[in-house]
Design a protein around this ligand. Structure first.
Ligand code: ZN
Length: 308
């Protein structure tokens, strides 16, 4: 029968050394991974973005859109006191300007408002025009009356004068008719304008009561899609809000905050991250939130690579 080779029992110290070595390797590996995640975190280096597609129906060029986005980003930088966002070619985060029903409705209101303003100007001019014609008519009528009174006072007009006054009387009657017709038509136009104004105001009210998503951030892209804005100041605010989401911030209370869910009460002229926005950022960048944020973005990066 063959002898079986017995293994020498491990000594306590041998086990301890191996165990400690394993622990040290795991520790070092974890530390390297942690450092990697921290270095990826948007709290420790700027979050890169790039301007994606810009629909020309917005009547803003890609260059203009880019400059508004840069300004929105720099307002975050200034607030948090570091380079938090940077425009970079080929960056994963894209900012798009997408035209759909939302902006179409807003454009309709804008056009409606411009048309009404135009009608108002035309009506004002017509009104002034009519008034000056009425004044001229009144002056002529007064002169006619004066002459009639005069000739009557001297016992009647000679045939030539009588004839001339008759012509003027008929002409004045025709002019009066014409002016009445003009006034009537102007009144109809004013009524029509007033109806349009009240219809337009109803449309504005109903659109004001609607909460429209002006922009959206998705970490799955990652992408910021902007859908609607009234003017460049509003666009800047919408971009600041969505860039805040891209930096990992959620909605916060305080209707004047950049990260409030609804845009309206913020300072449009000079929007900047308020104390509550900045403390949300600080909280977002505190351990372990920075690492969790980085892990999330790593997850989406891997998922995207799988899809392509
Ligand atoms: Zn939001």
């Amino acid at each position: 029968m063959a002898e079986t080779l017995q293994k020498e029992p491990r000594s306590f110290w041998g086990i301890l050394v191996r165990w400690l070595a394993g622990l040290a390797i795991t520790g070092v590996a974890l530390f390297i991974f942690y450092s990697y995640l921290v270095s990826r975190s948007s709290c420790h280096k700027p979050l890169d973005y790039v301007i994606g597609s810009v629909d020309s129906r917005f009547k803003i060029s890609a260059a203009e859109f880019g400059s508004v986005a840069r300004e929105a980003a720099s307002r975050w930088d200034k607030g948090v006191g570091q380079d938090s966002l940077a425009e970079k070619d080929g960056a994963p985060l894209k900012i798009n300007l997408i035209y759909d029903q939302r902006q179409a409705e807003l454009d309709k209101l804008k056009t409606g408002s411009a048309t009404l303003a135009e009608s108002k100007t035309t009506l004002d001019i017509s009104k002034e025009n009519l008034e000056s014609q009425v004044q001229a008519f009144n002056a002529r009528a007064k002169e006619y009356e004066r002459q009639v009174v005069y000739w009557n006072s001297v016992g009647g007009a000679p045939p030539e004068q009588f004839q001339a006054l008759e012509v003027e009387r008929k002409s004045l009657a025709a002019e009066q008719n014409r002016l009445q017709g003009l006034a009537q038509s102007l009144n109809q136009q004013v009524d029509f304008y007033n109806t349009n104004v009240s219809e337009f105001n109803q449309e504005v009210d109903s659109s004001n009561n609607k909460i429209i998503t002006q922009g959206e951030y998705s970490s799955a892209g990652p992408v910021i899609d902007i859908y609607t804005f009234g003017d460049q100041e509003e666009l800047r605010l919408v971009l600041m809000h969505e860039l805040g989401h891209a930096l990992g911030l959620d909605h916060i209370a305080g209707e004047k905050s950049i990260m409030y869910y609804f845009l309206g009460a913020q300072d449009m002229k000079n929007p900047q991250p308020l104390t509550e926005d900045l403390s949300a950022y600080t909280e977002r960048c505190r351990f372990p939130n920075d690492v969790i944020g980085s892990l999330k973005s790593l997850y989406w990066q891997i998922m995207r690579q799988k899809q392509t």
